[in-house]
Design a protein around this ligand. Structure first.
Ligand code: FAD
Length: 549
């Protein structure tokens, strides 16, 4: 009887919810056409997961507008219907940033907004729709000899420019030009109620953005906002001529402390466009994962990149003959790419790097990894699984140059304390270290653990690669241990005053702000998105429960 009573009580509200969803679906179909709206359960589930987590809720509708006007009308319709909007670019983040936190969520799929709208070589700008991937933009610009200063994260085959600005990116070009946000000239943003907001100095027609700074930096407000202030629709980035010359150098160090001291000095010297480093743990994973097939593809890319076939073949032969064991098992390795207008200038930068590395006990090794990274900057995203099919999840801190070794030592102490628990659950850790401009390093512990894969992972990894890996059973104990380890890493980062990219719903942004700054953030949110329709809980703006997969 009690059961029947409850059903009777629930029925009217469930019916009303279904009606609201159906009515909204009909409106969205009118705006974007039937091909742009999905209520298919598998599709909705896929959009309710990121690389780390699976939401307790499932989005109600997936809608994909095909341009600014459609996006504006979609946002207005979704918020007028009282639904939450979760903007999604490539879906390649892992901080529960866009997954639903309530039952009335619409996933805003930006994949159809992927056009390069204008390459303006006179004004040295390029304007793209937010769903354009970094790989697509770089490929389109290459024939013109132009490039954006920051030109993509390693996930750039799938991840989008809108996603990269919403949570900031490191990697290609970041050693010299800083994060993705530092290459922005202007944004066109759709607010949750459908209003359109434009930033920057925009030329005589008001639609030819060419300079970012005109009064307070409104573009900056939306960079790193975790998609909670507005939806990036169109993005104008700065262009530069592609550097004519590149050089590569790699060094090995016997300790992480020596590596980080050298990296800090190399960063201060500003010698490289990219600098990244691995600890022995991550090197082992890379070596185990690489297969003959990827080696052959990689060598092809190295040959194609050299200016002539002979030097290409020579580089490829050196890589093949050097094999994979030029880094000793317990060594830390750093890989630098320098670029410039003249061969001599690049050679000078590499020599300066050699002097700094030698002064800190570095041993020069084959520059294979640096070359391969540049030859194939946007590989398939198979690295989201470990070599035995394990799950993968990074966590990171952006740390000042003076604090980097201290942070590393504190993290090493944490992992030493957790080693017995890690061993019991089959969890292991590696580190990726990257440089940002002349003033910061990113320290990024990466966890691997045996656990079941969710649908987004299967959809991301190449089928051929996936078919070689075992399917592992669900392992809540190992997942809980990694959750705890990530939490403790974030706690340690806070003690070192770190910043974070990809804040989403994972990093303590709110706790790190003073009262005046936080009240400004809340006021901005109230002005731009008063109904809290965009990614509720992002940036810590309201409490949001999420759970790992
Ligand atoms: C294998 C792998 C390698 C990676 N390498 C790097 C790396 O080298 N450097 C690096 O920095 N990161 C890296 N990442 C992390 C991740 O890919 C990046 O953070 C990337 O920027 C995510 O972009 P996306 O388009 O997939 O965004 P999504 O994951 O779709 O979204 C991320 C956030 O941005 C919001 N968002 C997306 N589009 C918009 C929009 N148009 N308007 C408003 N909000 C929006 C979402 O709501 C969400 O909050 C890597 C990830 C993987 C899986």
């Amino acid at each position: 009887m009690a059961g029947a009573d409850t059903t009777d009580l629930q029925r009217p509200s469930l019916v009303a919810e279904d009606q609201a969803r159906d009515a909204l679906t009909a409106v969205l179909v009118q705006v974007v056409g039937p091909a742009g709206v999905s209520v298919d359960l598998d599709q909705r589930k896929l959009h309710s997961q990121d690389i780390w987590s699976v939401a307790g809720e499932t989005v109600e509708i997936v809608v994909a507008p095909a341009g600014l006007e459609e996006l504006s009308r979609v946002a207005a319709a979704v918020s007028a219907a009282g639904f939450t909007i979760a903007p999604r670019g490539g879906g390649m983040s892992y901080t529960s940033a866009y997954i639903p936190t309530n039952a009335k969520t619409v996933s805003l799929d930006l994949s159809r907004m992927n056009r390069i709208l204008r390459v303006n070589a006179d004004d040295m700008t390029v304007t793209v729709e937010a769903g354009c991937t970094w790989a697509a933009l770089d490929a389109a610009l290459a024939p013109s000899g132009l490039r954006t200063p920051f030109w993509g994260p390693m996930s750039g085959l799938t991840s989008t420019i809108g996603g990269g600005l919403s949570q900031l990116n490191a990697m290609f070009g970041a050693g010299q030009y800083g994060t993705s946000s530092e290459s922005v000239v202007a944004l066109t943003v759709v607010l949750s109620d459908g209003r359109i907001l434009s930033t920057g100095a925009r030329g005589p027609d008001g639609d030819t953005p060419f300079y970012r700074h005109y009064g307070p930096d409104l573009a900056g407000l939306f960079c790193g906002d975790a998609g909670v202030f507005g939806i990036k629709a169109e993005i104008t980035l700065r262009l530069m001529r592609r550097p004519q010359h590149e050089g590569y150098v790699s060094f090995a160090f016997s300790t992480g402390e020596a590596l980080l001291t050298a990296m800090a000095e190399l960063t201060r010297a500003g010698l490289s466009s990219e600098m990244c480093a691995f600890d022995p743990g991550l090197t082992k994973v890379r070596m185990k994962r690489a297969s003959l097939a990827t080696d052959v593809k990689t060598l092809g890319a190295v040959i194609a990149k050299e200016k002539n076939l002979v030097s290409g073949l020579f580089s490829a032969a050196k890589i093949a003959m050097g094999g994979r064991d030029y880094i000793e098992a317990e060594e830390y390795s750093v890989h630098l790419i320098s670029e410039g207008r003249s061969k001599a200038g690049v050679a000078e930068d590499l020599d300066a790097a050699r002097a700094i590395a030698a002064a800190h006990g570095g041993r020069e090794i084959e520059n294979t990894i640096a070359k391969v990274i540049r030859a194939n900057p946007f590989p398939p995203l198979n690295s989201i699984l470990g070599p035995e099919g394990e799950r993968w999840a990074p966590v990171h801190g952006v740390v000042s140059l003076s604090q980097a070794t201290g942070l590393f030592e504190a993290l090493q102490a944490l992992f030493a304390e957790m080693t017995p628990a890690f061993e019991a659950q089959g969890v292991y850790v590696g580190y990726l270290f990257t440089a940002l401009s002349t003033n910061a390093l990113i320290i990024e512990p990466v966890f691997y653990w045996p656990d079941v894969r969710h649908a987004l992972i299967d959809a991301t990894v190449e089928p051929q690669h996936l078919s070689r890996l075992p399917t592992l059973p669900q392992n809540p104990a190992a997942a809980a241990l990694v959750t705890e380890a990530r939490r403790r890493v974030i706690e340690i980062c806070a003690a070192f005053g770190c910043g974070h990219f990809q804040i989403g719903r994972a990093y303590p942004y709110r706790e790190s702000r003073d009262a005046a700054a936080w009240s400004l953030i809340e006021a901005v949110k109230a002005a731009l998105d008063p109904a809290d329709a965009l990614n509720p809980g992002g940036l810590g703006l309201s409490a949001t429960p999420t759970r790992p997969a």
